[in-house]
Design a protein around this ligand. Structure first.
Ligand SMILES: N[C@@H](CCC(=O)N[C@@H](CS)C(=O)NCC(=O)O)C(=O)O
Length: 221
């Protein structure tokens, strides 16, 4: 969603990214910023302690939220596409249309199933077996699509980096179980991601942002 808002203050010339290290949506937005080499001012938001400045600009009160002059982008996929439209040296946007359908499936049915399993106590009426089946169906689909490298061949695309943070989140619910499942290509794809420099680059730790803090530029030089 993009909104036009008025600001009286202009703190920095860079767009501001409200982010949270552990959030998979924020992760994928940071991945796109690293790939596109687009700099932002990063403000770490601890979700139980959302700062007023964030709540004032974010229509959904969720991270990530990107503030560009008088415009706000508060959907992670839109942030990715915004950054890659500026600069896409790794050609992430060079992806078959099918990639967008896959991202939709990941963000929709797969993420719903993931949340039902991860936060089972919040969903007492849900049949967890069905959630498990739905999640596994998606993982098997990825398994059949994956080449030795990525979802669409030897080159990573927007789909790989939009989906991987959620596969990581799912795997971490029960990593021992995940490792035993018959989806070796998914496991390899995920391991390579988790052990990559790229992942390390987006997972630096920052303290909760406060108004008078020094500016944190992301990606770090
Ligand atoms: N559709 C949003 C979803 C973002 C989202 O749900 N982020 C979670 C953190 S992972 C959040 O900020 N939740 C608000 C909260 O927990 O208070 C996007 O793609 O950016």
């Amino acid at each position: 969603m993009e909104l036009m808002i008025n600001f009286n203050e202009h703190i920095t010339d860079l767009p501001i990214l409200y982010s949270f290290r552990r959030c998979p949506y924020a992760m994928r937005s940071r991945l796109s910023l690293v790939s596109s080499k687009v700099n932002v001012e990063l403000r770490e938001v601890i979700l139980r302690e959302k700062p007023y400045e964030f709540l004032r600009v974010s229509p959904s009160a969720t991270v990530p939220c990107l503030v560009i002059e008088n415009k706000v982008i508060d959907e992670s996929l839109d942030i990715m596409i915004w950054a890659l439209n500026k600069n896409d040296p790794e050609n992430w946007l060079d992806m078959p249309c099918e990639g967008y359908d896959l991202i939709k499936e990941s963000d929709g049915p797969f993420k719903n199933a993931l949340d039902e399993i991860k936060y089972a106590s919040r969903h007492p009426d849900i049949d967890l077996n069905e959630s498990h089946k739905a999640a596994c169906r998606f993982l098997f689909k990825l398994e059949t699509m994956l080449t030795e490298s990525y979802l669409f061949g030897d080159k990573s695309t927007l789909a790989d980096f939009s989906i991987l943070p959620f596969i990581r989140q799912f795997a971490n619910i029960d990593i021992a179980w995940f490792k035993e499942q018959p989806w070796p290509k998914v496991q390899h794809w995920l391991n390579r991601f988790i052990n990559s420099n790229r992942f390390e680059q987006i997972q630096s730790k920052y303290p909760q942002w406060r108004v008078n803090d020094n500016i944190t530029i992301f990606p770090e030089a």
